[in-house]
Ligand binder design. Structure first.
Ligand SMILES: [Zn+2]
Length: 360
């Protein structure tokens, strides 16, 4: 049989990936069993049938997937720490050199969170302790798997009452793995109508916390404009629909805004069409925009970075040089402090056998 070579077999930087959608199925089954929590499945294969998206679906269908497995993980200290640790094991296996992993601390808690998610009983794991446990898991994973990781805490569009606390946690754990705040969820819920998000992002600006926002994924370009102008986003999660507003798109190109693109995810969420030869990535590529590739939610989309890179290679004619540039872009737009960013860039240049330009 002919051996298929990987699309890009060099170290990578991944900026858009959700911890709670990057869990080993075995770990879900283990904790469900241990905690006597009923799941819709008893084997890895059965579980994946319930969780994985096979064809484009609605956001509601997508979000319903979390109900199948989050009860096994949320509210359990050992589980929360372990998913962070195993997350880095999986990323390292895919050749990731640096990753920024995002999650909502509230969705893994069962105390001091209102409402308590996933139908859990009230317990004693607070969002604050969730962050501490994830940090422990990430630090141990960094040590054991030769990978660097930082985290981003997510606000959720439908839960504006949690947002200020998310930013308080970002402040408390700033650079103790946490580097930024994100806003995730249904883009139909404009943040302007929910002052909690705006206040939280204003506080993030005041405190020098970095900011990314999910925008222009399924939603229109106006959500991207709002993310940039109201929430002062420094990076855009997805942002495919930005190009439908040429004025905004030009503005963001001039600003060198970074777009966290997730090609395979964009197909399964219905954010973009199924024809990858017409994917917005091609427009970004043509215009030499600042973007990178991520898997987003590998447990739900059954993808690896190889899936996304091979789509870019096969349908968008990405070359080895272009993939290297994509990863250099990611490193430059990472939320690391300047000194660590330079170190990361130098490591990439070494791995790519490139001479760093005098810019760095
Ligand atoms: Zn996302």
């Amino acid at each position: 049989m002919e051996q298929v070579l990987p699309a890009f077999d060099k170290p990578k930087v991944e900026l858009h990936i959700h911890l709670d959608a990057s869990i080993k199925p075995e770990t879900i089954l283990y904790f469900a069993n241990k905690r006597q929590i009923k799941l819709p499945a008893n084997s890895r294969e059965e579980l994946l049938q319930h969780i994985c998206c096979k064809k484009p679906g609605s956001l509601t269908e997508f979000l319903a997937k979390f109900n199948h497995y989050m009860p096994a993980i949320a509210g359990d200290r050992e589980a929360v720490k372990r998913i962070a640790y195993e997350f880095l094991e999986m990323r390292a296996k895919e050749g990731v050199m640096y990753v920024e992993v995002r999650y909502s601390p509230h969705l893994l808690a069962n105390s001091k969170v209102d409402p308590i998610p996933w139908g859990q009983k009230s317990g004693d794991l607070t969002p604050d302790e969730v962050v501490d446990l994830v940090n422990q898991g990430l630090r141990e994973g960094e040590r054991d798997f030769n990978i660097k990781a930082r985290s981003i805490l997510c606000c959720l569009r439908h839960m504006p009452s949690w947002s200020l606390e998310v930013v308080e946690l970002c402040k408390k754990y700033h650079n103790d793995t946490v580097v930024a705040v994100d806003l995730a969820g249904d883009e139909a819920l404009y943040s302007e109508a929910y002052p909690g998000h705006k206040e939280a992002y204003e506080e993030a600006v005041v405190c020098g916390l970095h900011r990314t926002v999910h925008a222009g994924e399924a939603g229109p370009a106006s959500v991207v404009r709002e993310a940039v102008e109201i929430l002062k986003a420094e990076r855009i999660g997805h942002g495919y629909h930005t190009i439908e507003d040429p004025v905004l798109y030009k503005e963001l190109l001039e600003k060198n805004m970074h777009f966290e693109l997730c090609p395979w995810s964009s197909y399964l969420t219905g954010a973009c069409g199924s024809d990858f030869t017409k994917h917005p990535t091609l427009q970004f590529k043509k215009d030499k925009a600042n973007y990178s590739f991520s898997t987003d939610s590998p447990l739900l989309f059954d993808n690896t970075l190889e899936t996304d890179y091979s789509i870019a290679k096969k349908y968008m004619s990405f070359t080895e040089e272009e993939f290297m540039q994509v990863n250099i872009n990611a490193a430059q737009s990472s939320f690391l402090p300047e000194k660590e960013k330079k170190e990361l860039l130098n490591k990439l240049f070494q791995a790519y056998e490139m001479i760093p330009s005098s810019e760095f």
